[in-house]
Write a protein that binds this ligand. Structure first.
Ligand code: C2E
Ligand code: CA
Ligand code: CA
Ligand code: CA
Length: 277
């Protein structure tokens, strides 16, 4: 593959393969994709295990690429992080998700929205101002917004992340520790972060069916979280047995294909109409 260097000299990179060329192309296209609203949101419902009510939705980013079809976040979130476009991407997802949440309030009062933040977002000291502005713009109550963060995105620069999270917490939004159990952070960090929720990673939920130690870990996480006054969400729940076990263990909320895959905006409208009946 030929690439032009800063001096305008065309260099040959024999080691570049198709994957990296695809990434370069996507990186060049991502800016425009955000500006032209090719970046859209799918919505996955979350259900209370205590009463089977739908209590909220998680916003999951999708790229409706004009020629490559629907791209999932693993293809473009890392690119957005590397190029710094993640700031605009997060803002776009937040805006779309909050407007949706505002629109369903009359029919579904109190039903919440969750949005994922990435590592760079937790280094951005104006993050709380962005969120505050969007809450004002949409009129959504801060308590209806949950921001999902991962342990690994907190770990690199704990001091800055903590300051950003505390400023967000002061707005009255909820913070959730996503992919819980997959990182290497000491448990003491859990206590130092202003989080109200932990999300047990689907790898544990999947392992639960075949491993008693996975079940023991989930039980311990639920008990610890409840001791710290946090709620617990299990993600990636795909079967009835897991759902029943999680309910017995006292898990608060479930999310997963058993209930629904992430819904397109059109599917969400139908789903919300059906829910109202
Ligand atoms: P995540 O936050 O852990 O989201 C859960 C992922 O699991 C989603 O994949 C979802 O579609 C998938 N999933 C849900 N239920 C099931 C199930 O029952 N079984 C299985 N096997 N999978 C299930 P998706 O949408 O591809 O997102 C992947 C990751 O990309 C997310 O993981 C999140 O870390 C990241 N991501 C998604 N949207 C955004 C965004 O707007 N901003 C940022 N920064 N990251 C995002
Ligand atoms: Ca998430
Ligand atoms: Ca997760
Ligand atoms: Ca996960």
């Amino acid at each position: 593959e030929a690439k032009r260097s800063a001096l305008g000299v065309v260099r040959y990179h024999p080691t570049d393969e198709r994957g990296s060329r695809r990434r370069l192309t996507l990186a060049a296209e991502l800016r425009r994709a955000i500006d032209t609203e090719q970046l859209i949101v799918h919505y996955q419902p979350k259900m209370s295990l205590a009463n089977d009510f739908i209590i909220g939705y998680e916003a999951l980013a999708r790229w409706e690429h004009p020629t490559r079809g629907l791209l999932t976040p693993d293809e473009f979130i890392p690119i957005a992080e590397q190029t710094g476009l993640i700031t605009s991407l997060t803002q776009s997802i937040l805006r779309q998700a909050l407007y949706r949440c505002r629109d369903w309030q009359p029919q579904h009062p109190g039903v919440a929205i969750a949005v994922n933040l990435s590592t760079r977002d937790l280094r951005d000291r104006s993050m709380h101002a962005t969120v505050a502005q969007l809450l004002t713009e949409t009129g959504v109550d801060p308590t209806l917004l949950t921001l999902e963060i991962t342990e690994s995105s907190v770990m690199g620069d704990f001091t800055t992340a903590l300051a950003v999270l505390e400023a967000l917490h002061d707005l009255g939004v909820n913070l959730s520790l996503d992919d819980f159990g997959t990182g290497y952070s000491p448990l003491t960090y859990l206590q130092r972060l202003p989080v109200n929720e932990v999300k047990i990673d689907k790898s544990f939920v999947t392992a639960m069916n075949t491993s008693t130690s996975a079940t023991a870990i989930i039980r311990a996480v639920i008990d610890l979280a409840h001791t710290l006054d946090m709620t617990v969400v299990a993600e990636g729940v795909e079967d009835e047995v897991s759902r029943r076990t999680l309910t017995l263990l006292g898990c608060d909320t479930m999310q997963g294909y058993l209930l629904s895959h992430p819904l397109t905006p059109g599917e969400l409208s139908n789903w919300l109409d059906h829910e109202a009946r």
